[in-house]
Design a protein around this ligand. Structure first.
Ligand SMILES: [Zn+2]
Length: 194
């Protein structure tokens, strides 16, 4: 395009730019102020609130819905009340107030899915000692009802927060933090689905 501009016009333009830039240099002795709103890359800084405890990078509808409801449950006053009034759990020294504090301390529970190689595996979900950020839901079993999905998320989130219930059998474990919180979360999810 530059080739098409006649030399005369170019000289004139150059003079104009020089003149203009002289004027500008007089006027702008102050350092340039960069307007941060001009930056097109918007960075959203999220506070570590309870409402964002459960999160995922997945777009799977039932995962997204379960996370939404699970976060609602965690923020629900009835959930808080029900957990906090428990005086004693199995497999933990903490009382209900302390357990709720752990669940609401802002540390995140990321959600991912996996599929067991063995189609007859009884595993519903798992966490790994080497991964403190994500819990994994077995897609051979999921999804259940939204309420049960939320119950399992809350149970597994407890594992990420350091709670456990001995071996993997569920019989007789209803008073452990994981199972208790899971069943209360499932119950409260009804209030979040209304
Ligand atoms: Zn468990």
């Amino acid at each position: 395009m530059n080739k098409l501009i006649p030399v005369k016009a170019l000289t004139g333009l150059l003079t104009l730019i020089t003149f203009a830039s002289c004027l500008t240099s007089v006027k702008t002795k102050k350092p340039a102020v960069v307007d941060p709103t001009l930056n097109t890359e918007v960075v959203i800084v999220e506070a570590p609130t309870v409402s964002k405890t459960f999160h995922t990078e997945l777009k799977t509808k039932w995962v997204v819905e379960a996370i939404k409801v699970a976060n609602c449950v965690l923020n629900h006053p009835d959930f808080k009340k029900k957990i906090e009034e428990i005086e004693k759990f199995d497999y933990s020294e903490l009382n209900g107030v302390q357990v709720y504090a752990e669940y609401s301390n802002g540390s995140k529970c990321g959600v991912r899915t996996y599929k067991t190689k063995n189609p007859w595996s009884s595993a519903i979900a798992t966490t790994y000692n080497t991964d403190k950020e994500f819990l994994y839901l077995n897609t051979r079993k999921f999804p259940f009802t939204v309420g049960k999905n939320v119950g399992v998320l809350s149970h597994e989130c407890g594992h990420l927060k350091g709670f456990s219930h001995g071996d993997n059998r569920s019989a007789g474990k209803e008073n452990s933090v994981n199972y208790k919180v899971g069943s209360i979360a499932q119950e409260i999810s009804e209030l979040c689905l209304k």
